[in-house]
Design a protein around this ligand. Structure first.
Ligand code: AMP
Length: 415
């Protein structure tokens, strides 16, 4: 299958050619024809599969055609996504694939002043990519109307629910025209997700490319049992291996992320943190430097790292295990993407053992235990961590960002 066989316009084909993509990924091959026919889609796919292009390309095609027909300036497309980073990346995809079309796309997210965003809205845009909070805010202020939306995408629906955006999403739905095309993407399909999708989609075509556990199967996973107080020493010990040249480390809290960065920097390991408390510029800078290999270790909380697309990320370290097993799958899914090799290392103290059990149940496999290391677990009776720390409350990590930020390309073609 080639992009040409998907009946795309010469403008889009030219742009795709310049990106270096040689053929559609499986989700693109499946979704693009269906979306071009105007059907609703229920897509089960993770980031890393090429799903952004699977909805951006046909949206560009359809909107360009409609615009040519009625020659009116109105917001015809809306993509709602949980994090600012994802919103920016989707906006970049629009610019990249649509650079020879005359489509205007604006990215809208919180955490930054709204002036630049409202200025570009005032000039008129065809498509808005948004995080839910700022979108509702700007709607309330009268800067955005969803009256003319013909194409609506809800991206990363599962994470949207995890982050407590369900009420915002439901509010948005009330403002969308009944007659529209809707695409709904989620990495996982729980009962709650299916219920939400039923409220949005009309007779959708179901497209699935990555079954939930497949990420877990292709990634080389291991766990180190270690006391909480020794995790930093274990991390430094592992980082003595220079093969670990680009490592994403997950902590449960923002405070924890900052602490790890301080320890690493003190020990001459270049590291930076990204989480909701950092200014958007600081987050984009850290991400950019990590992608450019100027920073060796990026320490992130779940929310900040969601959807981040980093080329050649071979190592993920779970410094703290998440108390929701699905987050583990999302975390380790940052590596080993689209067939690339990946290694996921988990640090587990005594309190986190129940989380490990949950994870192993979810991924349906035992994680290999590495017991030959200098900091074995001693305090086996440490108090068990409470279970109800998750999901994160709403507003945490709600979007805001600059429109810069580099985008990893051509990951899919990597072997
Ligand atoms: P996504 O799942 O949308 O986050 O995309 C993951 C990565 O795959 C991004 O870096 C895209 O630039 C890249 N990508 C998307 N489509 C293709 C394609 N057809 N061939 C090669 N790489 C692609």
């Amino acid at each position: 299958m080639t992009f040409k066989e998907l009946n795309l316009s010469s403008e889009i084909l030219k742009a795709l050619d310049e990106t270096g993509y040689t053929k559609p990924t499986p989700i693109q091959a499946k979704a693009i024809p269906v979306v071009l026919k105007g059907k609703d889609v229920l897509g089960c796919a993770q980031t890393g599969t090429g799903k952004t292009a699977a909805f951006v390309i046909p949206m560009l095609e359809q909107i360009a055609e409609n615009k040519l027909r009625d020659r009116q300036n109105k917001v015809r497309g809306l993509i709602v996504t949980p994090t600012r980073e994802l919103a920016i990346q989707i906006g970049e995809s629009f610019s990249e694939y649509g650079k020879y079309t005359r489509m205007n796309c604006t990215v809208v997210f919180g955490g930054v002043k709204q002036g630049k965003q409202t200025d570009s809205l005032k000039k008129g845009v065809d498509v808005i990519v948004a995080t839910p909070g700022r979108l509702l805010d700007l709607m309330q202020q009268g800067f955005i109307s969803l009256r003319d939306i013909q194409h609506f995408v809800l991206d990363e629906a599962d994470r949207m629910l995890d982050m407590g955006f369900i009420h915002d999403v439901k509010k948005l739905l009330k403002h969308l025209p009944k007659k529209r095309q809707s695409l709904f993407f989620s990495a996982t399909m729980s009962r709650e997700i299916i219920k939400l999708s039923n409220e949005i989609l009309d007779n959708p075509v179901e497209i699935a490319v990555t079954p939930k556990s497949s990420t877990a199967e292709i990634i080389n996973q291991s766990v180190y049992f270690v006391d909480k107080g020794n995790k930093k020493n274990l991390l430094l010990h592992l980082l003595e291996d220079q093969n670990l040249n680009s490592v994403l480390v997950f902590t449960r809290t923002k405070h924890g992320a900052d602490k790890v960065v301080r320890v690493l920097n003190k020990n001459k390991v270049n590291a930076a943190a990204i989480h909701g408390n950092k200014s958007q510029n600081a987050r984009q800078k850290a991400l950019g430097e990590f992608k450019d290999h100027k920073i060796r270790v990026l320490v992130a909380t779940d929310i900040a790292a969601r959807g981040i697309d980093i080329d050649e990320l071979a190592y993920v370290i779970n410094y703290e295990l998440p108390n929701v097993a699905e987050s583990y799958v999302h975390r380790i899914g940052r590596t080993g993407r689209a067939g690339a090799e990946g290694t996921a290392i988990a640090f587990c103290d005594a309190t986190e053992k129940p989380y490990l059990k949950d994870i192993e149940r979810l991924i349906n496999q035992k994680v290999k235990v590495i017991d030959n290391h200098p900091f074995p677990l001693v305090d086996v009776n440490a108090e068990i961590a409470p279970k109800e720390q998750h999901p994160p409350r709403r507003n945490k990590g709600r979007g805001g960002s600059s429109t810069s930020g580099s985008k990893g390309n051509k990951r899919y073609s990597r072997k």
